[in-house]
Design a protein around this ligand. Structure first.
Ligand code: NAI
Length: 346
């Protein structure tokens, strides 16, 4: 029986992994995030399993390797928190590339609708028997233009929802899909022409702070920003300034640049020492959710199943469809990855 150290384990992880686990796995649930300091808790295990805000740097990888662990199963799509250079050749990294694009796209639309129609304000008012409508005016989204940055699985699911609402669509993606039934435009055009801008691209060197001060300065006055991808796609201080000078009418954020220190944890009794975060949450035209866009029953079921299937493939020596390495992840180095010949990256 293989033993899996599942870091950053929350009650919902336990529920869905216990349900999906077969007899071949023993799951060791560890509340701490996987970091250089906590990696040692995987002692005696055959695999480590981690999530989006764990910090799997070279030191954490060294410790996992010293413990004899050969595979890191990310139970998420993104892996920008894994030093895949350091892992190459000694620690196989697998991920769950898609668990429910609909979950994330629907949450992006939930943020947009809530923000635009000020449902969060109305909810608080009516609980206090305040039935005034003053200050609750929104706009029709029908006929407005949604600019979608990143047209992968989630971006396209979001596009479909926007289309259903009668919105016009513009998209930007350095790797456009062929025969798209929406229009690709350069990023600057998208910024200047969109009423709503929704981020659906991964965090890379190229996309870091894709919405920076310069980008905000190009936007249509009154644009709404939605980010369900990664916090570092937005320069938060520049966003605060754009909210202040009303270039941006509202922001729906499921992610935040420095979220790793706070998200997924209850900080209600200690508060947070992060002025930017405090300023963002204090604004009535910002809705912040703590990286919950994926959180549906369907997505959690798929995450548990695919993670265990990835481990099945690894331990049985089969081809690993969901393996990642710095070579096969980099368009320029793709050809050097040995996955095609070896059926694995190394
Ligand atoms: P995907 O890999 O299917 O699509 C990503 C798209 O972004 C691709 O079409 C790619 O060409 C494009 N892209 C890459 N670099 C870009 C750039 N610089 N500018 C514009 N587009 C660029 O990924 P998927 O499944 O659609 O996920 C998108 C992102 O959503 C993930 O990278 C992750 O950060 C985030 N995510 C958030 C979750 C949440 O709970 N909040 C859950 C799952 C994913």
């Amino acid at each position: 029986m293989k033993k899996i150290a599942l870091f950053d384990a929350k009650p919902y992880d336990r529920f869905y992994f216990d349900r999906a686990a077969r007899e071949s796995y023993k799951l060791k649930y560890i509340e701490s995030k996987l970091t250089a300091e906590t990696a040692v808790l995987a002692k005696g295990c055959d695999a480590a399993c981690a999530f989006v805000n764990d910090v799997i740097d070279a030191q954490a990888i060294d410790t996992l390797c010293a413990l004899g662990i050969k595979i890191l199963a990310m139970r998420c799509a993104g892996y920008s928190n894994v030093d895949i250079h350091s892992a190459y050749g000694r620690l196989t990294v697998v991920r769950v590339p898609a668990y429910s694009p609909y979950a994330v796209a629907e949450h992006a639309m939930a943020l947009l609708l809530c923000l635009n129609r000020k449902v969060h304000k109305a909810y608080n008012r009516t609980r206090d028997f305040n039935f005034s409508l003053s200050g609750l005016t929104g706009v029709d989204l029908h006929g407005k233009t949604a600019g979608v940055i990143g047209t992968g699985k989630i971006g396209r699911a979001f596009i479909d929802i926007c289309r259903g609402m009668g919105m016009n669509l513009l998209a930007y993606d350095p790797y456009p899909i062929e025969n798209a039934d929406f229009m690709y435009v350069p990023l600057t055009d998208l910024l200047t022409r969109s009423d709503v801008i929704s981020l659906h691209c991964p965090l890379t060197e190229q996309s870091y702070h894709i919405l920076n001060r310069e980008a905000f300065s190009k936007m249509k006055k009154g644009a709404i920003i939605i980010n369900t991808s990664r916090g570092q796609l937005i320069d938060s201080q520049a966003l605060l300034d754009a909210l202040e000078n009303e270039t941006v009418r509202g922001a729906g954020l499921d992610v935040y640049e420095e979220e790793a220190d706070f998200f997924f944890e209850d900080k209600s009794d200690t508060g947070v020492r992060d002025n930017t975060l405090a300023l963002l949450v204090s604004r009535p035209n910002v809705i912040l959710t703590s990286h919950q866009a994926f959180l549906t029953e369907e997505a959690l079921t798929n995450i548990a199943q695919t993670t265990l299937e990835n481990l099945d493939c690894f331990f049985s020596g089969d081809w690993l469809p969901n393996e990642v390495c710095y070579r096969c992840s980099d368009a320029k180095d793709k050809e050097n990855c040995r996955k095609k010949q070896l059926e694995r990256c190394f």
